[in-house]
Ligand binder design. Sequence first.
Ligand code: NAD
Length: 440
Amino acid sequence: MKITVIGTGYVGLVSGTCLAEVGNDVLCLDLDVNKIKILEEGGIPIHEPGLQEMVRRNVAAGRLHFTTDQERAVKHGTIQFIAVGTPPDEDGSADLKYVLAAARNIGRLMTDYKVVVDKSTVPVGTADKVRAAIAEELAARGVQTPYAVVSNPEFLKEGAAVEDFMRPDRIVVGADDEQAVHLMRALYSPFQRNHERLIVTDVRSAELTKYAANAMLATRISFMNELANLAEKLGADIEMVRQGIGSDPRIGYHFLYPGCGYGGSCFPKDVKALIKTAADEAGIELQVLTAVESANNRQKHVLANKVKARLGDRLDGKHFALWGLAFKPNTDDMRDAPSRELVADLLQAGATITAYDPVAMQEAQRVFGPLPGLTYASGPNQALVGADALIIVTEWKEFRSPDFDLLKTSLKNALIFDGRNLYDPKLVRSQGFEYQPVGR
Ligand SMILES: NC(=O)c1ccc[n+]([C@@H]2O[C@H](COP(=O)([O-])OP(=O)(O)OC[C@H]3O[C@@H](n4cnc5c(N)ncnc54)[C@H](O)[C@@H]3O)[C@@H](O)[C@H]2O)c1
């Protein structure tokens, strides 16, 4: 099939490449000239395991192309995926300006039947707005070209995005047009050879499903974070509690890890947007999610608060080694990363920091800009030298089994604040460290 993907970010690039991998003819459009240049030169603008090789393979096979030319992009695909960003507006609602601009563009330039697929995470009712934007453009041209609008939210996880797209748990397609459903079924059939994973719903249910999934996962995290803070005060170990409840099949082990808050490009903005949609469109206050959000905002300060409780509210003259910057391992994404609050808190209190992250340092430099007091190290051990303590904020694999002897000789104090509970407290403490995890 001929497919156009509009927006070549984490979702668009992964979707486009995976769709090319199974034999489709895919054209990826982005307005960011720089991104397209990197892709045309054989690189990729993001860090995502396995993606680079797959992009190369499909470009070489002539199935994957990149462009900034909107007319070419609209002309190319019968299926037009919209995978542009939906960042939070000032009031917390999802900003639809990129989605609607992409839709208008399709309406302005299309000359034959198109299936326009919302892959971006968008509030309930957006498909109607996309349909109306295209209709307006067609009317302005005085033409009646047929089209369908479909909601097909994306559930991939950064860091495992290629695997998630190639082997999805489920594919949700919200549509009320039979021809479009037929095309979507055909498009996704290579991804569900072993059993049917396509769930066809009405458009609004598909839109809400994506928010419901992220809101549920965020709720589990905030719930565990609150219990971790409680466990700490009560002298319990949240890790044992986690295993105790995770073994119940009604609860399960996923997303029960306490830490220093959730971040990333999805949970914070999607929780906010769902609260806002409920309030504005339905007059309903989502009390659970409001609490989930405020608990998370508080949790992002948990590490800095531990540092201050131990070393004093003012941290002038104190220097910290920071392991991790990305919001989670295997990505360079810094959007809403807990490290951002932590760095701000520590610098504000007068401390200095040397940070290391295996892949997110360039992105961190872009996000933070030049910040007096924040420097970057070439490796995890280099970051330790002369620091008053080590603080861990991202659970990269390479931090899981460090050389504790080296840690002790490099750090000024054998002191570790661990926002991701990477180590066995007994073991680390037996090696002479003061160890401050979360909830243990
Ligand atoms: N990142 C994730 O893990 C993830 C997972 C599931 C769903 N989502 C959702 O998918 C959407 C995209 O997320 P992302 O992380 O890929 O965003 P991103 O910011 O990485 O990429 C969006 C891209 O769209 C481009 N763009 C904007 N307007 C355009 C236009 N009119 N024409 C062409 N290109 C345009 C931007 O230049 C950018 O490169 C969001 O709604 C997000 O919530 C993201």
